[in-house]
Ligand binder design. Structure first.
Ligand SMILES: *Cc1c(COP(=O)(O)O)cnc(C)c1O
Length: 453
């Protein structure tokens, strides 16, 4: 066991140390090489050391180097050192985090991590929380709590009786709600299409003047951090109206809620603390290993009512039972990496991580504009949208950037335009990474050199 785990540590360390010198996207040769893992079902055991060697030799080159400093696709963080190390130790512990009895350590660490999260994100200190796989499941979990509360208020027990024949619930989202919110609404029985979609402004924020009246049981889904622009829906106005009407406000804050942790960005989340539930990711901006998200709910009873189960063989004590907050019963102890990341960074380190990545984004925007390219959004957070001319030109440059390998940026279509997205979300990104990447992007945008006359 010792040699094996030592070898895993050596291989992982070598992998991480090599990230700075390799292409961000794997070569097609490395991807084709994955066929070597596809052997017929092994009839006999093999040496675990050989298993690990095959994974490393074939698998490592075929990874996307998203753990390094020059990956700017989607919204993907790396893993701060303490959280990766904690993940390894927690793997050795192999705890089932579902119940206090199943893992006293995992459940206690979750409670502590949740308390710290609420403080960092400036949310009500007595809110309940669930450690789930990511933003999607966090949205789903919180929406289930909302569904319980809204229907219980009109005398309907949705957990017992489902939605057939239930009083209707009005669901309001913005035209630019993240797809995971729509999917979660579908999973919860509200329908992906059966929603009122409120138009957005020039930055992708919900327009409060276009909100429909809140009539009867109503769920409003706000967005803290538009996945394209990083913009924030106007929470103050919406929460004010929701409170008066008894509506439930849910916030998709997968990455944007983390603005609360950085003093210079905290103004962006003003009013969000007045909502009823929040979904966020830890594997994005907090930079813990996949997978990790958190659902937070002001009313602990609604979360428990929607998620709790009882069975004679399960032991439920007086403490917070993790499985009474999550869709899962058996579950990985996800709070451990969150605890370790926050414990190692401290409030100042988290603030610096958020602020630093936002500044890197601003530098990208400035460098691109200086070279004559159009930045399509106000860069208020860590997201930059850039155009290199018409849609076709932007598609071509995005593909060239990915093929070049110095860095990796993805594309999007926002308000009908094809754009390249730069999302700076990793603790590992240095100023040097930003300059090297900017240079590569500008080189790709300049196109192949004209042959000398
Ligand atoms: C990433 C993201 C999600 C989904 O989170 P996952 O962790 O990928 O499930 C939801 N909303 C927004 C705004 C996001 O950026």
């Amino acid at each position: 066991m010792k040699n094996l785990l030592q070898s895993a540590a050596d291989r992982a360390t070598r992998y991480l140390e090599g990230l700075n010198d390799r292409r961000v996207a794997p070569t097609s040769r490395a991807i084709e090489g994955l066929a070597r893992l596809d052997v017929p079902l092994p009839e006999q055991p093999s040496d675990p050391g050989d298993v690990l060697a095959a994974l490393d030799e074939v698998g490592s080159p075929a990874t996307l180097a998203s753990a390094g400093g020059r990956f700017f696709g989607f919204v993907i963080g790396g893993a701060v050192p303490a959280s990766l190390a904690a993940n390894w130790l927690a793997g050795a512990w192999d705890q089932n985090a579902g119940m206090v009895t199943g893992s006293p350590v995992a459940s206690r660490i979750e409670e502590i991590a949740l308390g710290w999260l609420l403080e960092l994100l400036a949310l009500p200190r007595d809110a309940a929380g669930a450690f789930v796989t990511g933003g999607t499941m966090a949205n789903f979990t919180a929406i289930c709590a909302a569904r319980h509360a809204l229907l219980a208020r009109v005398g309907w027990d949705v957990e017992a009786d489902g939605l057939f024949g239930a009083p209707p619930v009005t669901v309001i989202v913005s035209e630019e709600a993240h797809v995971s919110v729509l999917k979660s609404l579908g999973l919860a029985g509200f329908g992906r299409e059966r929603v009122t979609r409120v138009p957005t402004d020039g930055q992708g924020r919900m327009r409060p003047d276009r909100l429909p009246p809140f009539d009867g049981p109503t769920l409003v889904c706000l967005q803290a951090g538009n996945v394209d622009t990083g913009a924030f829906d106007p929470a103050e106005e919406v929460c004010e109206r929701a409170r008066a009407a008894g509506a439930w406000v849910h916030v998709d804050g997968a990455f944007g809620l983390w603005a609360a942790a950085a003093p210079e960005r905290a103004g962006l989340v003003a009013g969000y603390e007045r909502a009823d539930s929040w979904a966020t990711d830890a594997h994005k901006w907090l930079n813990v290993p996949y997978d990790s998200g958190i659902a937070i709910c002001r009313d602990a009873d609604s979360l428990r009512a929607s998620m709790a189960v009882r069975a004679a063989y399960l032991v439920h004590g007086d403490r917070r039972e993790p499985c009474q907050t999550t869709p899962e019963l058996s579950r990985r102890a996800r709070g451990i990496e969150v605890w370790a990341a926050i414990r190692s960074l401290g409030r100042a380190g988290v603030a610096d991580l958020i602020e630093r990545t936002c500044r890197h984004a601003a530098r990208f925007a400035q460098g691109l504009r200086a070279a004559g390219h159009e930045v399509a959004n106000d860069v208020v957070l860590n997201q930059v949208l850039v155009s290199f001319g018409d849609d076709e030109a932007t598609r071509r440059v995005t593909a060239a950037v990915q093929a070049d390998g110095t860095c990796w940026c993805g594309g999007t279509v926002w308000k009908g335009r094809t754009l390249m997205r730069i999302s700076v979300s990793s603790w590992a990104t240095t100023k040097d990474d930003v300059e090297r990447s900017l240079e590569a992007i500008l080189r790709c945008a300049a196109g192949p050199r004209e042959p000398a006359a």
